[in-house]
Ligand binder design. Structure first.
Ligand code: G
Ligand code: G
Ligand code: NA
Ligand code: MN
Length: 254
């Protein structure tokens, strides 16, 4: 309960910050984007993980305000990096299910992109399959509304949810993010390389890109490459970094 009232106070934004985790393409060894991940510097508890407070924010409805802050701040950062010529093609922002289903979403994303003055195609939104189950027609309508703005869309944690192939082909998305559970054991598993290969083939057939998340070792990266997944994100490349360290990463990577 204490955490809930603290979160209510923090939701204005003063105690939050964003860290950025690079996404790279092994093919050209280039940074293709970064995922914005929220951090809460609680005045007493110290750093509180989003794994702890995002579910609470969803339950209490505070997720709208927090998500709004994340989106505005991410776009503001991207605008600044573009203006300063830092080599960062895109920034992605996580949307939780309740944000996705909020009637204000499409209009809000449009206005934030316009205010920030960024090309819409350089913003990506990451959604989980869970956000889109239930009313599929409604989900498709929202996704089309977002696509009309020009933002890119990805399905996060792909392979752990419920999206059937019949639904997947109707989603106007760009990228499948292969869940880290398939990456974790890919070196030793007798099944996971085939699962990853199948997701890559499926994505190709449907016209989507793939990226693997949670890549921690070079061996995992090699196995992913064998399955024709060349885009990766994970501790092997970098942990999520505070802004100044992320900027240093970008400068060192060119
Ligand atoms: O950064 P970390 O791995 O600790 O994130 C834990 C969880 O919190 C992940 O599932 C991640 O997607 C989620 N998360 C991080 N930042 C945000 C955010 O800004 N909005 C939402 N909705 N989820 C986030
Ligand atoms: O749910 P989502 O995919 O958005 O989760 C992002 C979370 O994954 C962040 O909390 C981030 O810190 C974490 N993460 C990023 N890279 C790695 C990795 O290589 N290994 C592990 N275990 N977690 C990672
Ligand atoms: Na994500
Ligand atoms: Mn994920």
């Amino acid at each position: 309960l204490g955490l809930e009232s603290d979160l209510r106070r923090a939701s204005g934004g003063g105690e939050f910050e964003l860290h950025f985790q690079p996404k790279i393409d092994l093919a050209g060894n280039r940074t293709i984007g970064a995922e914005a991940l929220i951090r809460w510097r609680h005045p007493v508890r110290g750093m509180v993980s989003p794994a702890e407070f995002i579910p609470l924010a969803e339950e209490t409805g505070l997720i709208w305000e927090i998500g709004a802050w994340t989106l505005v701040e991410s776009c503001r950062r991207l605008a600044d990096w573009i203006q300063r010529d830092l080599p960062i093609p895109s920034v992605s922002v996580n949307l939780s299910p309740r944000q996705f289903q909020d009637a204000r979403l499409v209009g809000f994303v449009r206005s934030v992109v316009e205010s920030a003055g960024i090309p819409a195609g350089r913003l990506e939104l990451e959604l989980t399959e869970g956000a889109m189950i239930g009313d599929i027609e409604k989900a498709v309508t929202i996704l089309n509304g977002l696509k009309d703005i020009g933002v890119r869309l990805s399905i996060d944690d792909f392979g752990t949810g419920y999206s059937s192939l019949a639904y997947l082909k109707r989603f106007p998305i760009d990228t499948l993010k292969i869940d880290r559970s398939f990456v974790r054991d890919i070196v030793k598993s007798t099944t996971d390389p085939a699962i990853v290969g199948t997701i890559v083939n499926l994505a190709e057939s449907l016209g989507f890109d793939t990226i693997a998340e949670g890549v921690e070792t070079q061996e995992q990266a090699d196995m992913l490459r064998q399955q024709r997944c060349t885009r990766i994100q994970g501790f092997l490349i970098s942990r999520p970094l505070p802004v100044d360290q992320f900027e240093a990463f970008l400068r060192n990577s060119v």
